[in-house]
Design a protein around this ligand. Structure first.
Ligand SMILES: O=C(O)c1ccccc1N[C@@H]1O[C@H](COP(=O)(O)O)[C@@H](O)[C@H]1O
Length: 216
């Protein structure tokens, strides 16, 4: 079934490391920007780098901090430097709830999914990120440019917030939204010139194509 949406699709650009990419997100109206606090990512930023990027604009996209196997002391240190609006966590449902209460912040939980039965039936976090399971030899759980089988979401219409991630690009994002009905999308490697280096032109095209998808 093809989905058509009447609501604006939310767009998150993840893995900002440089001013030029951050500024493109602000200019073209991204809803969220993501800072990756995972050292084994080419998109890793220190808390100070995130602070400097974030300070380039007042307001603008909401700031999402991404943590893999999160540690409360690490998150607390980041929050001393930069205001985050959302924690995006690669952890369990129980831990996600704990972190949300502990830091009094909304938590988005990344859920790796490879078949329809793994899609959540009930709300387990403020938002779930539906992502592909990473390859066995991957050094990180996301940001691998790996696309999932969108057909498994064809008739999945949960009554809670979710976001589609994994292998999205300016060229496929409109089809991804139409096929899955995703209310929000998340991209990292699909808008890069090289790992960790964002392309302002690709960011502009991604946001434009995602937002245009609602009128399909
Ligand atoms: O971006 C990363 O390097 C990363 C590292 C560790 C965990 C998650 C990461 N990225 C997340 O994965 C999605 C999808 O990435 P891609 O578009 O397929 O490259 C990304 O949007 C981040 O939320």
């Amino acid at each position: 079934m093809a989905h058509t949406g009447a609501q604006s699709v939310g767009v998150k650009i993840c893995g900002l490391t440089e001013a030029v990419g951050f500024d493109a997100c602000v200019e073209h109206g991204a809803d969220w920007v993501g800072f990756v606090f995972f050292q084994r990512s080419p998109r890793f930023v220190t808390p100070e780098q995130a602070r400097q990027l974030s300070a380039r604009t007042i307001g603008g996209p909401a700031r999402v901090g991404l943590f893999v196997r999160p540690d409360a002391a690490v998150i607390a240190d980041v929050l001393k430097h930069v205001r985050l609006d959302v924690l995006q966590l690669y952890t369990s449902v129980d831990e996600a709830e704990w972190f949300s209460k502990h830091f009094d912040l909304p938590v988005w939980l990344s859920l790796p999914v490879s078949r329809r039965a793994e899609l959540p039936a009930t709300r387990v976090a403020d938002r779930v990120l539906i992502e592909p399971k990473p390859p066995a030899d991957a050094t990180r759980p996301g940001g691998n440019g790996q696309q999932m089988d969108w057909s498994m979401m064809a008739d999945w219409q949960p009554a809670f917030p979710w976001m589609l991630a994994g292998g999205l690009t300016p060229d496929n994002v409109a089809a991804a939204i139409a096929r899955t009905g995703a209310p929000a999308v998340d991209v990292s490697s699909g808008v890069e010139e090289a790992p960790g280096i964002k392309s302002p032109a690709a960011i502009a095209r991604f946001i434009r194509n995602a937002q245009a998808a609602i009128t399909v």
